[in-house]
Design a binder for this molecule. Structure first.
Ligand SMILES: [Zn+2]
Length: 73
């Protein structure tokens, strides 16, 4: 039967490595832009504004519009 030494038990627990803000910033910006784009397509595209012709985008996100309370029909 093996016993864990104190150093080994520390390895099993793991140590959280902090992430620098400058490493996290590009990902945060990407997620923010993606969220704004998704919010635009769910909330405004082919409703108040329209970048794409037709109603395909509106039909794809129609349930999301109602779920989030955007005016629809
Ligand atoms: Zn609707």
């Amino acid at each position: 039967m093996s016993q864990l030494s104190p150093a080994r038990s520390v390895d099993l627990v793991g140590v959280a490595t902090p992430i620098a803000v400058r490493e996290l910033a590009p990902w945060a910006l990407f997620v923010a832009l993606f969220a704004v784009l998704a919010l635009y397509f769910v909330g405004a595209e082919q409703g108040a504004t329209s970048l794409l012709a037709g109603d395909t985008v509106h039909e794809w996100v129609h349930d999301g519009r109602h779920l989030l309370g955007f005016p629809c029909h």
